[in-house]
Structures are given as structure tokens and as C-alpha cells.
Design a protein around this ligand. Structure first.
Ligand code: ADP
Length: 453
């Protein structure tokens, strides 16, 4: 066993080293045309969308509709970012001295390491990979160990699109070996990571040690505030999809529902009815609404939180709470969509990221109390409010410390032209998508010339 581990470590080292030297040997200047290759990549992704979608559902269980959305996001990211390749703006400015010309231009940062999670196995890699290429960088990308296929599909499409060999390098494997090899590698100028907050901290320390640029997208404990003037049916619909879409395995999942006491009972009753009616099953069956969770470890973690909710936190288990094991369910990792009510804001299920189909309904007496509860966690990714009052909506938006805020819509979702990221334990200040990601993936250089004639 020890020998096998040593052999694996050695093999992993070789693969990593090969990927890094392959990326290094490809001078980015040779790849400057890559800024336009990307739209060809979009055509390939559209052509094979159905196959990638089926592969993704097979690989990680997401229902077909969501898997299709994941691939679509890679398509949108490709077209949008390919367009940005024509607008990698710098700026010109007057200089202090006569005969001096000043301008600021973008340059690639160089070799980038991209480490991605399993919950959006094509969308998240595309968010990192495509802008990195458009900025003229070379990359080594490591998908999560659970979902190499979807990233492999993306990388193969890059190859078919004509991106030169050695520019995009895929390495697969475990985080502690291959992932750590990337974060510690002296040749990698930048590491872009999406995953859990605990791992993100390890990645950040490794990058700080060698002064590498580090971008982190991590956990969330997102709240929907439901006010007493809200359209309750709309709020319930948003809560259901926010909490149980992708089986709750999203960093933007609506894992807390902070509800005004005046509508609390009505909201909780409708939410439980709607949750009980959800069809749980095989993601490949078009009728399925909630698929399985990713693996056995996830089942244990989620079930242990359900136990904590019932016993340690003394919340009311309003529906769900069981692992499904009968019939076809025996072949997968299925958990009933679960709603806890009467949850106190400081308890563990209301504070910690469960990353599964579990949500907590928390009562609040006022908007300001609801905002305080929303802000009272270590994360700051997304929040939402359901209200008909524009003043309340703006007040909540101003007072909530998150990277994303919605009005009369759930906490989930992202658009490729909008900056995505969070505050506090969710991120380290960088944003993905939009034009903002280009600031992270390029260096600004100021060439100044003085004409002495
Ligand atoms: P999750 O708990 O959702 O799997 P992780 O943060 O553990 O999230 O994983 C996200 C990504 O980070 C995966 O690709 C994983 O392999 C990688 N990873 C895990 N541990 C490390 C580490 N120590 N260094 C670098 N990458 C890691």
C-alpha cells in the first residue's frame, strides 16, 4: 500500500511537471491569436452540447436541465469573453513632462493554475480558462477528482478549436497531491481556486508563501429575506429552487430563509407542501426535479447536519430528513429535500455550509433584524429579499454585506457579463466573470517614452 502510494505520488509529480513545462514552453506571444480562437470554441461547444450535458449528468448526478445550463454557461462565457479579447483596454494619459508619452497596456500574467470544484464542472472551469486564454496566458487546470470528464470535454474542445498544444494543460487527481502541487509550483504566477473555504485558506497560504497572485471563490450561507408584503407564492418558488436546485450543492444555495413573523406560518406551510411534492430521482430522467448528491462522503456530512439540526440545534424538522434507499434509490446518494423551521440564527445549521438539500426557516420581527441575521454569518456571497416595497429593497441591498443581491428572485444564478464573487469568508476580493476577471488575469504595464529630440 505504502509502495503503491509512493508510486502514485511519483507518477503524479511527473504528470504535473510535464503539464507545467508544456505550459511554460509555449510562449504566450505565440498564442496572441488565441483571443480570436475562442468563438470557434463556442461553435464546438454548441455542436456537442447534448453530449456534454449527458456526460455531466452521468458524472455528477445533476438533472439534465441543470447540466444543460452548466454547458450553456460555458458557451455564453466563451462568446462573451471572446468579444472582450477585442477590448482588452488599457488607457492613455497626459504625462508630467513635455515630450513624454504615457500609456498603460495589459500584459498576460503568464502561467496560471486553475483549481475547480465538482458542482459546476464545465461552467466554473470555463469561467477561469476562457478569460485566462483571452488575456494571453497559458494554463494548467485541475478539475475536482469527482468530475474530470466535463473538464476534459472542455479541454478537448479547446484543442479542436485550434488552441496550440501546450497552452491548455489538464491534470487530474486529488487535491492534497495534484492540487497542492499546483499551488506550490514556483512556475505558476497565479492560482485561481473555487472550492471550500477551508481548502481556500490552504491555497491562499501556499500562494502567499511564494508571492503568487491568488483568487479565491469559496463558501456561502445565503439568506432570502421574506417580508410581510411579499408575494408569498413567488417567494416559496424562489426558496424551493434556491435551496434544492443542484440538490443544494451550490455556493449560492438559499440555505437560510429569514421570514417576517407576520407571514412566517403561511410561508412555512406552503414551503413544506411544495418541498414534499418535489420529485427526487435519477438526474437523467427528464421528470426528476432533484437529483442525488455527489458521493457517500456528502451523504454522511449532510445526514450529520440533519442530526445536528434535530438534536443539538433543537430546530423543528418540518419535512424530509431521510436518506432514500428503497428501490432504485439504493443505487445512488439520494436525500429527501429537507426543511427545518423555528431555527435560531446562531445555531450550527444556520451558520455552517451544509452543501446539500437542507434549508432553515428563521423567524424575524423586522427588516432590520432580518438584515442583521443575513449578515450574521462568516460568509458573504449572495442574499435576496422578497418585498413589494422599493424602499425596503434598497435599504436591504445597502445594508447587506454580500457580493450579490437579488430582489424578488432567489440567491442563485450568475451571468457571464456580471462580476461574480463574495465578501468575508467567501472570497479575497477578486471577482470572476464580467470584465473584472480580466483585471486579475492580466498585469497592467506602463510604458513611458521620452522623446529627447
Ligand atoms: P469540496 O469540499 O467541495 O470538494 P474542496 O475545496 O475540497 O471542495 O475542493 C475544491 C478543489 O480543490 C478540488 O479540485 C480539490 O481537488 C482541490 N483541493 C483540495 N485540497 C487541496 C489542496 N490542499 N490544495 C490544492 N487544491 C486542493
Amino acid at each position: 500500500m505504502v509502495q503503491a502510494k509512493k508510486a502514485l505520488a511519483k507518477k503524479t509529480k511527473t504528470r504535473k511537471a510535464r503539464a507545467v513545462s508544456s505550459a511554460r514552453s509555449n510562449d504566450y506571444q505565440n498564442f496572441i491569436g488565441g483571443r480570436w480562437v475562442s468563438s470557434r470554441l463556442g461553435e464546438i461547444l454548441i455542436r456537442d452540447k447534448e453530449k456534454y450535458t449527458a456526460d455531466m449528468t452521468r458524472e455528477m448526478g445533476k438533472v439534465l436541465k441543470e447540466a444543460g445550463g452548466d454547458v450553456q454557461e460555458a458557451i455564453d462565457c466563451t462568446y462573451y469573453t471572446a468579444g472582450e479579447g477585442r477590448r482588452l483596454h488599457g488607457f492613455t494619459t497626459p504625462a508630467e513632462m513635455p515630450n513624454k508619452f504615457a500609456m498603460c497596456v495589459r500584459q498576460p500574467v503568464g502561467l496560471c493554475g486553475l483549481i475547480t470544484p465538482w458542482n459546476f464542472p464545465m461552467a466554473i472551469p470555463s469561467w477561469k480558462l476562457i478569460p485566462a486564454l483571452v488575456c494571453g496566458n497559458t494554463v494548467v487546470i485541475k478539475p475536482a477528482e469527482a468530475t474530470p470528464l466535463s473538464t476534459y470535454n472542455l479541454v478537448r474542445a479547446c484543442e479542436e478549436a485550434g488552441i496550440p498544444p501546450g497552452v491548455v494543460n489538464l491534470v487530474t487527481g486529488y487535491g492534497e497531491t495534484v492540487g497542492a502541487g499546483i499551488t506550490n509550483h514556483p512556475a505558476l504566477r497565479l492560482v485561481s481556486f473555487t472550492g471550500s473555504t477551508d481548502t481556500g485558506r490552504v491555497v491562499a497560504s501556499a500562494c502567499a508563501e511564494r508571492n503568487a497572485i491568488c483568487s479565491l471563490e469559496m463558501g456561502g450561507k445565503n439568506a432570502i429575506i421574506v417580508m410581510d408584503d411579499a408575494d408569498i407564492d413567488n417567494a416559496v418558488e424562489g426558496a424551493v429552487w434556491g435551496a434544492f436546485g443542484t440538490s443544494g450543492q451550490r455556493c449560492t444555495a438559499s440555505s437560510r430563509l429569514v421570514v417576517h413573523k407576520k407571514v412566517y406560518k403561511q410561508f412555512a406551510k406552503k414551503l413544506v407542501e411544495r418541498t414534499r411534492a418535489l420529485r427526487v430521482g435519477n438526474g437523467a430522467d427528464p421528470k426528476t426535479e432533484v437529483g442525488p448528491v455527489i458521493n457517500e462522503d456528502a451523504v454522511h456530512k449532510i445526514m450529520s447536519y440533519i442530526d445536528i439540526g434535530e438534536h443539538e440545534d433543537a430546530a423543528t424538522l418540518a419535512c424530509g430528513g431521510q436518506r432514500l434507499t428503497k428501490g432504485d434509490y439504493a443505487h445512488g446518494y439520494f436525500i429527501e429535500p429537507t426543511v427545518f423551521t423555528d431555527v435560531a440564527p446562531h445555531t450550527r445549521i444556520a451558520q455552517e455550509e451544509i452543501f446539500g438539500p437542507v434549508t432553515s426557516v428563521i423567524p424575524a420581527n423586522s427588516l432590520d433584524e432580518a438584515i442583521e441575521i443575513t449578515n450574521g454569518v462568516r460568509y458573504g456571497l449572495s442574499a435576496a429579499i422578497y418585498t413589494q416595497d422599493v424602499n425596503r429593497a434598497f435599504h436591504a441591498m445597502e445594508e447587506t454585506y454580500t457580493g450579490i443581491f437579488y430582489v424578488n428572485s432567489s440567491t442563485i444564478g450568475a451571468e457571464v457579463h456580471l462580476p461574480f464573487g463574495g465578501t468575508k469568508g467567501t472570497g479575497n476580493g477578486h471577482r470572476e466573470a464580467g470584465t473584472q476577471v480580466l483585471d486579475m488575469l492580466s498585469d497592467l504595464m506602463i510604458p513611458i517614452s521620452i522623446d529627447s529630440i
